[in-house]
Design a protein around this ligand. Structure first.
Ligand SMILES: C[S@@+](CC[C@H](N)C(=O)[O-])C[C@H]1O[C@@H](n2cnc3c(N)ncnc32)[C@H](O)[C@@H]1O
Length: 289
């Protein structure tokens, strides 16, 4: 199975320096800069799903570890603690996120790379990816490619938001299409790359041991502060749109969206705002030899 997959989904082996340059050259990469402080403004809510995912990863066979889209490295450090002494590479395309990840000493190898072209130098026992793959298209190629990175019995562990149809995202697209900024923002509105649980089952079942573990959880995030949903979205989904606007236009767009969000997510009597947030979790163990 592995051999067949390898020829169907070749894993490029470009040297790391070439990956680094390619990442920097990617169109829009600078415009897509991440801000660790904004992202971690709601750190408990954002990081918990990654720990919920990690809690379901069972025993691993011998081999190195990899995380795709490690962000500020919080889950990577937990992974390194759970399986100490293994070679561990954590990649991310954001130098800002990696700088924060590397600020704390550890044996983890932090690598700036684009996960769509990066491959580990040798097959790994774990590919872990939390809240990242919703930024990447063509999952029909990506998931088999990630399975092909694994040693026999190795584990793929993925969590992705599945909330493109949530009011927050519907209203974001609505506000983007409804102002003088529409011509600039419309091309940035991506179709939803995240499929249904059944889609991932069908895609992974032929490649995985029995016992594929796929589930969804809707968290009820309890947010504090003024326009809390807008603040939440500034750290993730809104970034590409806000980065495309400047000055008063950016402020006008945010105001238009804030008004919509306030109606959809009214503040409770205690001042908190509730944000229901659906996420899909996928655990697949690569077939043994
Ligand atoms: C929402 S953050 C999640 C970070 C971390 N996994 C966590 O749970 O805190 C998404 C991360 O994915 C990274 N990312 C997005 N697209 C990527 C790509 N094509 N290759 C590598 N990293 C990517 C971003 O730079 C960012 O750090």
């Amino acid at each position: 199975m592995c051999v067949k997959l390898e020829s169907a989904f070749p894993v490029p082996q470009a040297p790391e320096w070439a990956m680094k340059i390619a990442v920097r050259r990617r169109t829009g990469q600078t415009a897509m800069a991440w801000d660790p402080a904004t992202y971690l403004r709601f750190s408990d809510e954002r990081l918990r799903p990654g720990f919920d995912l990690l809690a379901r990863v069972g025993e691993l066979p011998t081999g190195p570890l990899a995380e795709l889209g490690c962000g500020t490295g919080v889950h990577a450090r937990a992974i390194a603690e759970r399986w100490p002494g293994r070679a561990f590479t954590a990649i991310d395309s954001s130098p800002e996120m990696l700088k924060q990840a590397a600020a704390m000493p550890s044996s983890i190898r932090w690598v700036e790379a684009d996960l769509t072209s990066w491959a580990p130098p040798e097959r790994v026992a774990l590919v872990f990816s939390n809240a990242v793959l919703q930024w990447v298209d063509r999952h029909e190629e990506l998931f088999p490619r990630m399975m092909d990175m694994l040693v026999p019995g190795g584990m793929l562990a993925v969590q992705m938001p599945r909330n493109f149809d949530a009011p927050s995202h519907v209203l974001m697209r609505d506000a983007a299409r409804a102002g003088p900024w529409a011509a600039r923002l419309k091309p940035l509105l991506r179709p939803d790359p995240v499929g249904s649980p059944e889609t991932y089952y069908d895609r992974l079942a032929p490649l995985a041991e029995d016992g594929l573990d796929i589930w969804e959880t809707e968290y009820l995030h309890v947010l504090s502060g003024e326009d809390a949903v807008l603040t939440w979205m500034r750290g993730t989904a809104l970034r590409p749109l806000l980065n495309a606007l400047e000055g008063s236009e950016r402020a006008d767009f945010e105001r238009a969206l804030a008004e919509r969000l306030r109606r959809a997510y009214p503040r409770r009597a205690d001042g908190h705002t509730l944000l229901p947030f659906r996420r899909i979790f996928i655990l697949a163990r690569a077939k043994g030899t």
